[in-house]
Design a protein around this ligand. Structure first.
Ligand code: EPZ
Length: 429
């Protein structure tokens, strides 16, 4: 199993190209199931989760062709996927595949909308919490699907097609909103979603669906209206930049000090996180090429942050912010409201010398003068990258184990950091 070795203490300076967003790419690829025409996605990041979803879609009969390189392409350019679900040969998503990636459960919506039935394994719990799918099932029921749960599988049937309806989410759910968009796009009649997730990835999926012929308005607000259409067609869509990757590198620069241009990043996708960084003393400026992040000389100010659905501070940046606050000049408090168990990084950060006290959903972080390298590992993607951030500022060597978590969501992490002067390398085997 690969490991990553980091020797801390070097400031970062230079430029980091930001990849396409993982959490938009996955639902966009799944949306290809809604049409028999080809959907072309550009700016797709090279990630283990994208490869895995290719396999899962392949199991339904979807053909995916990766576009070749063009003159002038750089090594960091995203890839183009030509996805064709002309012939869906299987409407079952088996446990072996769904259990590896939760988002693959979302195939249930386009499959039932287009094929009238779908049998999809329940994803089960995962490292960051119980993560139920009750609200996704509620969506399908509201749109007229009959649901049965049998042997760990959700069987959804709507032989005569789905029907538009009113969906009121009791809590904000990204996956629930994606499910509702995809199911309602092909339903008969109008669907109104209340308390919809406003994450930028929802807007990106809605944009792509509209290019495919869907009639969706209000995406990006908490009320989305979808007028169902009988058929969707192919389209070409470029995935929006990854706001979590952007925030992660911004925090890495804040941690080590230095000056880095995050190329292609868009500030409006992560304003809450940028505001927190600015409050802690980091200089943030926006140019027409991206976001510039710098910390030269000054210390890191402590902050009080609570995670919230967009436009609030994202749960997917909570671990990274905690890593940063381990070196703050004072005591910070971070409260996690989205997932009940998203604190696996705490024990590992403590191994590096951090002082963190957990009380329910709130972590109190007492800033320390120095962190010291150690072997660490984490059981989830964002937790793993928080250890990389801490290691970049720790004295001596840190070995990050279980690197496959990082490969799920960060494209060429070591390359991007090495370009900016970090001492970081992958050790194979
Ligand atoms: C998406 O997960 C993201 N995944 C997550 O990113 C992200 O952390 C999360 O949204 C919140 O922003 C992708 O986009 C692929 P939710 P999702 O439904 O859709 C509860 C990462 O690191 N809930 O918005 O699964 C749920 O338990 C990942 O890239 C129900 O109770 O999250 C949670 O408390 C991890 N019932 C809350 O809602 C349901 O049926 C929000 O979850 C569904 C969700």
């Amino acid at each position: 199993m690969d490991r990553i070795r980091i020797v801390g203490g070097r400031p970062l300076s230079g430029a980091i190209p930001i990849s396409g967003a993982k959490n938009a790419t996955l639902p966009l690829m799944i949306a290809s199931l809604l049409t028999e025409d080809t959907l072309i996605l550009d700016n797709v990041p090279r990630l283990a989760d994208v490869n895995l979803l290719q396999r899962i879609l392949g199991n339904h009969g979807v053909d995916i062709m990766v576009g070749g390189k063009r003159p002038g392409d750089t090594e960091y350019q995203g890839q183009s996927l030509h996805i064709s679900a002309a012939h869906i040969v299987d409407t079952t998503a088996p446990y072996e595949l769904v259990s590896k990636m939760r988002a693959s459960f979302w195939v249930i919506a386009p499959l039932v909308a287009r094929m009238g039935e779908a049998t999809v394994s329940m994803p089960g719990g995962c490292a960051i919490g119980t993560r139920p799918v009750d609200l996704l099932i509620m969506v399908l029921e509201r749109l007229g699907a009959a649901i049965e749960i049998d042997g760990g599988y959700v069987i959804a049937r709507a032989k005569r097609g789905l029907k538009g309806g009113e969906i009121v989410f009791p809590k904000v759910t990204v996956g629930g909103t994606h499910t509702a968009l995809m199911a309602a796009a092909l339903a008969d009649g109008v669907t109104v979603i209340e308390n919809a997730a406003r994450e930028p990835e929802i807007g990106d999926v809605a944009d792509c669906l509209n290019k495919m012929g869907a009639k969706i308005s209000g995406a990006g607000t908490s009320r989305i209206i979808i007028e169902g259409v009988a058929k969707l067609s192919g389209a070409r869509h470029s995935v929006l930049p990854d706001r979590i990757e952007t925030g992660t590198y911004a925090m890495a620069v804040a941690m080590t000090g230095g000056d880095v241009m995050l190329e292609g990043a868009r500030p409006e996708l992560l304003q809450a996180a940028l505001d927190v960084l600015a409050k802690s003393g980091v200089q943030i400026s926006t140019t027409n090429t991206g976001i510039r992040v710098a910390r030269n000389g000054g210390g890191i100010g402590p902050v009080e942050v609570t995670t919230d659905p967009f436009p609030g501070f994202p749960t997917d940046l909570q671990a990274q912010l905690m890593a940063l606050m381990t070196r703050a000049d004072g005591t910070s408090r971070i409260t996690e409201t989205i997932f009940e168990n998203r604190f696996m990084h705490v024990q590992e950060l403590v191994r590096l010398g951090a002082r963190i006290h957990l009380d329910g959903e709130t972590a109190t972080i007492e800033g320390v003068r120095r962190l010291k390298g150690a072997p660490v590992m984490a059981t989830d993607l964002r937790a793993s990258v928080s250890l990389v951030i801490a290691a970049l500022a720790a004295e001596g060597e840190t070995m990050v184990n279980r690197v496959y978590h990082l490969d799920r969501g960060f494209e060429r992490l070591e390359d991007k950091l090495v370009r900016c002067g970090a001492d970081i390398a992958r050790i194979s085997g």
